[in-house]
Design a protein around this ligand. Structure first.
Ligand SMILES: Nc1ncnc2c1ncn2[C@@H]1O[C@H](COP(=O)(O)OP(=O)(O)OP(=O)(O)O)[C@@H](O)[C@H]1O
Length: 376
């Protein structure tokens, strides 16, 4: 059968580079194509170093050529991984997403420490400060953001942007949301394998019509696994926030979480640690503080590992209730909790400003105004 190099390029236009949101051709991943007789050799360069990504690219290329050009063609694929440069520890990895100025990952080592609660309330605080904010719920084990923002019955619709079909995030309290929870049946356990989860998350980031965002907060799953690795390697994350309770077992896991971001191959700056459930104050004894999970654990950890302590949130029934009814407590005007979350958010922004100030000049476009925050 006869075919041209151009036929091969056209076939490869249908394939998305892993974690890069554009087609292999558009993203200039194809470095060479040689076609002779019934054989084609495709040389391709990708950034994602995982074996799964290499295998996926190889099999996608073969499939596309067989499907669009001819199923008897003998296809050979050479995949080369281009490691991200390690020279500048503040380099933002992954492809820049033009409409999204800052991406912040919220993580925890241990489950159930309040990572989603902190994400939801920080997002609300940012929106109240006048920023445009999006939240991506990447917690594949138990997405909860759609519940915390009272939109569990909503389904994102498809819109056409520049000729491409995109998902429109659901908006609640001025925050744009996309969650795996919108696409799963709440009564069914969903088992996401690493590559499948990464693909779904990539779509939620790159195939979504986020519009212009000052901040995209990513609520990561607890722990340090596959999903973290592929998200932090594929996305230009400006910084990570780690949430922990003051309990020893949670702190040990938080330390691992921080270490994961600081690993050479990941190298995402940690903006700081938030301590949740720091103490309990009964209504009838407003001056008493009971340190149920231990005292100052996260503060001490932050000091030990030379990370910023971003603030503390007490254990309060109304935080749990507000989460359950889908009305984050930071929305309650003129309350101590609204202030607590605003203070944590400002501290996080100050750290982000410092971090962005260290970026190469072309990257220092992230935030220009931030009332009440400074890099000092
Ligand atoms: N400071 C707090 N005071 C009272 N309840 C809280 C507080 N923080 C979180 N909670 C409650 O604790 C539970 C777990 O919180 P959340 O879902 O935010 O944790 P998570 O770390 O995101 O959990 P997962 O590991 O499942 O993702 C929720 O019911 C939430 O409402």
């Amino acid at each position: 059968m006869s075919f041209t190099k151009q036929d091969i390029y056209t076939a490869l236009e249908s394939i998305t580079a892993p974690g890069e949101g554009k087609s292999l051709v558009e993203n200039k991943n194809i470095s060479n194509i040689v076609a002779f007789g019934n054989e084609v050799v495709v040389d391709v360069r990708i950034n994602n170093p995982t074996l799964q990504a290499k295998k996926r690219v190889e099999s996608d290329i073969k499939k596309a050529i067989h499907q669009h050009v001819g199923d008897s063609i003998d296809v050979k694929v050479n995949v080369k991984v281009e490691a991200a440069s390690k020279e500048n520890p503040n380099q933002i990895k992954g492809k820049e997403i033009p409409n999204i100025k800052n991406i912040i990952a919220i993580a925890s080592g241990k489950g159930g420490v309040g990572k989603s609660t902190i994400t939801a309330n920080t997002a609300v605080s940012l929106a109240k400060m006048g920023f445009s904010v999006g939240v991506l719920d990447a917690d594949i084990y138990g997405p909860s953001m759609h519940l915390m923002f009272d939109v569990e019955k909503e389904k994102p619709v498809s819109v056409t942007v520049d000729g491409r079909s995109k998902m429109k995030p659901i908006e609640s309290y001025g925050v744009k949301l996309l969650s795996l929870g919108f696409f799963t049946n709440p009564n069914q356990a969903v088992i996401w394998r690493g590559p499948m989860a990464s693909k779904a998350l990539n779509q939620l980031i790159f195939d979504a019509d986020w519009g212009e965002l000052d901040f995209l907060l990513i609520d990561l799953p607890p722990g340090t696994g596959d999903v973290h690795l592929s998200i932090v390697q594929a996305l230009p994350i400006n910084g990570a926030v780690v949430v922990s309770t003051p309990q020893n077992i949670a702190l040990a896991d938080a330390k691992k979480g921080v270490a994961m971001f600081q690993q050479e191959s990941i190298n995402v700056p940690v903006l700081g640690i938030v301590e949740n459930m720091s103490y309990f104050t009964p209504e009838e004894l407003p001056d008493n503080k009971y340190y149920i999970f231990g005292k100052d654990g996260a503060k001490n950890l932050a000091e030990d590992i030379q990370t910023q302590f971003l603030g503390e949130v007490p254990l309060v029934q109304s935080i749990r209730e507000a989460g359950d009814v889908g009305h984050p407590v930071a929305l309650q005007e003129n309350t101590p909790l609204e202030k607590a979350f605003a203070d944590i958010t400002k501290e996080m922004l100050s750290q982000l400003l410092k971090r962005n100030a260290n970026l190469p000049p072309t990257e220092v476009v992230r935030i220009t105004t931030m009332s009440g925050c400074s890099t000092k």
